[in-house]
Design a protein around this ligand. Structure first.
Ligand code: TXA
Ligand code: MG
Length: 319
């Protein structure tokens, strides 16, 4: 198992040797390595068992440093970065040749963001290279939102997990790119569409696709627990499956017909941000419960709710 600790200098030393460290961010934990070093980036793909066609997000600590990896930053992207970085927003922008092709899976654009976590910002400030970091989970499984989640699945392949506590946003960053100066959201996430539109006007949202995805995080089946998850109207589903062995994931209410220990309520007070924070941990818990399958419901679609529903849909067996 990996050592779990809060020693930023230790993390720095391991990364400088070309090895990997799991790092906290405000969204989910990342599996980080030197983004400018092909050997380090190769290790990321190996540890995650990630196909090499699925590119990685580059993390840095200032807009100035970000610029040094980009051909140019269009006005809209600049506005978003100024207003929302550090934060859960990833920009897809044309890369310079200092970013290895392996990071972008051969694409011209690199995904880049400044994460909003004090420990990781401190680490990035002290390093003289940016960090490539996908979510620190085996490919296709639920993203980790606590150091212990990382340790459970990747611990024996990692030297060190930098423990920054539970992630406060709880779902991955929103990914936005520009095609002919038109903004496109490729993945809904921690920055809401409302926040983005307030800054740059209307944006389009790319719908899911299984073939040739622009962002494989868009693959229909992703972020998924091992147990089947059925999404729908919970009272109806509970009736349909009476007598069967299931667990429940609800937004704000519990159900008398089901044993309390088989239910997880994301936010009893109906707060959408709290629901996002708890989502992935709850899916992990349900995966471990002695139940055969999971029944879940959509949450309200305001703010981060859209990203929660997107992850639930991809975790489900209904697509
Ligand atoms: O919040 C987050 O974004 C977290 C934390 C660790 O920063 N990272 C994360 O990384 O979710 P990952 O690798 O699990 O998901 C990144 C998504 C993938 O769907 C990938 O396909 C897409 O971003 N992506 C990365 N680079 C891309 C590129 N150059 N063009 C298109 N999509 C890209
Ligand atoms: Mg991921």
């Amino acid at each position: 198992m990996a050592t779990i600790g809060t020693d930023v200098l230790k993390a720095k030393a391991i990364l400088e040797k070309g090895n990997l460290v799991a790092i906290p961010t405000e969204t989910v934990y990342g599996l980080a390595g030197n983004a400018l070093d092909v050997a380090s980036v190769t290790k990321i793909f190996q540890v995650k068992n990630r196909p090499s066609f699925d590119p990685l997000i580059v993390h840095t600590n200032s807009l100035e440093r970000a610029s040094s990896f980009l051909k140019h930053i269009p006005d809209m992207a600049h506005q978003l970065a100024e207003a929302l970085w550090p934060g859960p927003l990833t920009l897809l922008l044309e890369k310079q040749s200092n970013i290895p092709d392996l990071v972008t899976a051969g694409l011209d654009r690199v995904a880049i963001r400044i994460p909003d976590h004090p420990m990781t910002l401190q680490l990035l400030t002290q390093l003289d290279f940016p960090l490539a970091a996908p979510s620190a989970n085996p490919f296709g499984y639920i993203s980790p939102t606590e150091a212990a989640h990382v340790d459970e699945q990747l611990g024996d392949q990692l030297e060190y997990i930098l423990d920054g506590g539970p992630c406060i946003v709880g779902v991955e960053s929103t990914i936005i790119g520009f095609e002919n100066s038109q903004p496109w959201i490729y993945r809904t996430g921690g920055t809401s569409i409302e926040q983005i539109e307030a800054l740059i006007g209307p944006v389009s949202v790319q719908s899911h696709s299984t073939s040739n995805p622009k962002a494989p995080g868009m693959l229909k089946s992703h972020y998924a627990p091992r147990k089947p998850l059925i999404l729908g109207d919970l009272p109806t589903l509970i009736q349909q499956h009476a007598g069967e062995n299931f667990g429940i994931l609800s937004f704000d209410q519990s159900f008398d017909a089901v044993e309390p220990e088989k239910q997880i309520v994301l936010s009893p007070s109906g707060k959408i941000q709290e629901a996002a924070q708890k989502l992935f941990g709850a899916l992990r818990m349900l995966d471990k419960m002695p139940v055969k399958f999971i029944l879940a419901e959509y949450v309200p679609t305001n703010g981060i709710g859209k990203a929660i529903n997107d992850r639930l849909k991809r975790a489900s067996v209904q697509l």
